[in-house]
Design a protein around this ligand. Sequence first.
Ligand SMILES: [Zn+2]
Length: 748
Amino acid sequence: MKPARLLSCLGAPRRRAFLKTSALASAAASLGEFAWPAQGTPAVEGGMPEDVPPAPSWIDRPMRWAQLTLVEDDPAKFDMALWLDYFRRTHADAVCLSAGGCVAYYPTEVPFHHRSAWLGDRDLLGELIAGCRQLGMVVIARTDPHATYDDAQAAHPDWIAVGADGQPRRHWASPEMWVTCGLGPYNFEFMTEVKREIMSRYRVDGIFVNRWEGSGTCYCRHCETGFRAATGRALPRTTSPEDPAYHDHLRWRQARLFALWHRWDEAARKINPDSCVIPNTGGGALSRLDMKRVGELSAMLVADRQARHGLMAPWAIGMNAKEYRAAAGRKPVAGLFSVGVEEAYRWKDSVQSADEIRLWVADLVANGMRPWYSKFAGVLHDPRWLQPVEELYGWCHGAERYLRNEQPLARVGLVYSQQTAQSYGPERTRDRVEDPALGWYQALVEARVPFEMVHDRLMDAGRLAPLKTLVLPNIAALSDAQCAQLGDFVRRGGGLVATYETSLFDESGGARGDFGLKELFGVSFVRRLDGPVRNAYLRLEHETARGHPLLAGLEDAPRIIHGVWQLEVRPTVPFPKPPVTLIPSYPDLPMEKVYVRQPRTDVPQVLLHEVGAGRVAYFPWDVDRTFWEVLSVDHFKLMRNAVAWATNEDPPVTVTGPGVLDVTVWRQKGSMTVHLVNLTNPMMMKGPVRELLPVGEQRVRLRLPEGAQARGVRLLVAGAVPPVRQSAGWLELVVPTVRAHEVVAVDL
Ligand SMILES: [Zn+2]
C-alpha cells in the first residue's frame, strides 16, 4: 500500500519524431558494432532475428541458483569449504561466481584489469570453479564493468563516463574509482578482452554481466559523436517527452546496448560454443530496453528484484516473473533474491527476517521463476539466512518435478507497454503507467484470479490464444496494428477491460483525437475533465440494472466514490440501462456547501459493450490508478466484476476462504499445480514480515484438462494427501491452512 501523494498536473503526450531506422543502422555501422537490428526494424517484426544463436545445452537444467559475489578482500579471508558445502546442502545446481571487471579474482593478464589486492598469485576463481564443477553445477562467471581506477583513467581517459557538466565522473560510492562509459570502448573493447580471457581460461558455461548499461546519460566524446552521427543532434539535456533528442537517445542507446550484448555473446561463444552471455537486464513497462527484443535475444533471463523496499507489495517479485515471461515465453527465468535488507541505504551485509525471505521466494516460485540467492561478500557477518534458504531450497529440490512448468493456465492477461511509458516520459510514468498497472495487479491478486502479463508488442493471435480476457491499464500508446490485433481478439470471443486514455495515442505518442479502439469501446473521445477531480461519485443503478454482474457485492451500495482523472466520452452505440452512472463533482468546502448538485445523470461510467462474441468493459476514468492510491474496496469490486463479466466463463480455478492469496495455476508434463501464496500479512502499516500468519481453510475448485483424471493429489508443503471430490472435469478439495505457501499438485 502506498500513502497518498500529491498529483502533479498531467498533460498528454505529444507527437514527436522518432529516430529513423536507416539513420540508426548507419550510425551503428559507422561505429563498427551493429549486428542485431534495432527495435521496430521490419526484419524482426513477427519473428526471430535470424542471427540469434541457439541456447546452450545446459540452459533448462538449473532449477536452483546460487550467487557468491566476492568483495576485494575475500581472497584473504573467506572460507571456501564453507561455501562449497553450502552449495551442496542447498542442492544448488548452478552458480554465479565473481570473476572480473571491476576486480579480477584470478591472475589476469589483460592490461588495466585490476587483480584483487588480496589475491597474490592465487587463482581463487579457478579454485571455486573446480569445486563447483565437482558438485556437478553449471558455472557462470560474473563480471561488473561499471567502475575503474586511476591508472585506467590516466591511460584511457575516454573510457570514463562524463557528466552533463563535461567533467569525468568519480564513482558516487567509492570516490577513488571512476564511473565508466557503458557505450564506448571500455565496454566494447576492454570488457570484451576480459570476457575472452575468462572464457579461454575456464570455459565457463556462461558470463553474467552486472551494471553493464552505463550509469546515466554519458556525455563523453564517443557518446557525443556517435549520437550526433546517428541523429544529427546533440545529446539530450532533458528527460522531457517534448524533447526529440530524449527519444532519439533512448533508441540510440538501446541499439548500442544490443550491439554490445551481441559482441560479448559472440566473443564468448567463439571460445565455448555451448555458452552465452547473460546481461542483467529487463523488467516491465519502465524498462528501458525493449523487452520483446530482450526476450528474443536471451537464452535465459534473470529478474533482479532482490527484495522489497519501502511499501512495495509482496507480490512484486511475482509481477517481475510475469513481465519477463511475457517477453521470454518458456525460456528459463531466474528470480535473483537477496537475503539482506534492500533499501536505498544499501546495507549490503545485512540479513532480513527469515519469514520475509520465505514469502518472497514463495511468490517467486509460485509465479514460475527459479530461485537464485545472492550473497554479497564471502565472509559471513550474519549467518541467520543460511537455515531458511537451505530449507527453501531443500523443498524446491524435493518438489522439482512439480516446479518444471510447461504452461500457465491463466485466462486473463494484464498488458504492459514500454511505448506508453516512453510516450508519457519519465515525469509522468508513475501516475500514468506504473500506478494503473499496480492497481490492476493488486485487484487481480485480491480477486484470486490467476493471470499472466502480456507485452503490448506481442499480441498476435498465437500469443493471445491461451487467454480469454485482456486488461489494459491506461495503455495509451497503441499503433493501428495493435488496435487491430485487439479488435481481432475481441471478435474471436475475447474480453477486454480498458481504462482512461487507452488507445488515445499512436505508438509514438502522437495524439489521435479519438480512441484507436473507439469501435470496441462504443464511444468517442470528447475531452479531459480538469483534474484532479474531487468529491465525485458513481451512482449504482439497482432500479434499472438489478442483479447486474458488475454490481455483485455492491447490492447494498446506492453510490460509491469516483476516480480522480476523468474523460468525457460520447457513446456511438446505445448503452441501455447502464449499471453505473455519473454523479458529478460538487464542492467539498465549506461544509455547508457540500450538497449534491446533480444527484442523477444518465452518463455511463463503465461502458459495457458486446462486440461479436466478445465483451468490452471500458472505464473512461482512472479506476486502477485511484484504486492503487486509495485501495477502496468498492473500486476493487467494480474491477473484479468487470473482469468476470468480460471473461464470461468459469475460471480455471477458484479458491474460497479468508485472506489475501496470490493464486497461480500451471500445467507440467504429467501434472498440474495450484499455488497459494499467503500474502495476508502487512505488519500493521508497512511491508516487511516479522511473522507469517497462517490463514484458515481454503476451498479449491480446479478444472482438469479435457478428458483427464486426477490420479493422485498432494499438498506439497504440508506433505499431506487431502480428500478430494472429482466430477464432470472438476476437482474439489480443502486446503486446511496456508502459512507462506501451499501447492496443490495433481498427477494426471
Ligand atoms: Zn560515453
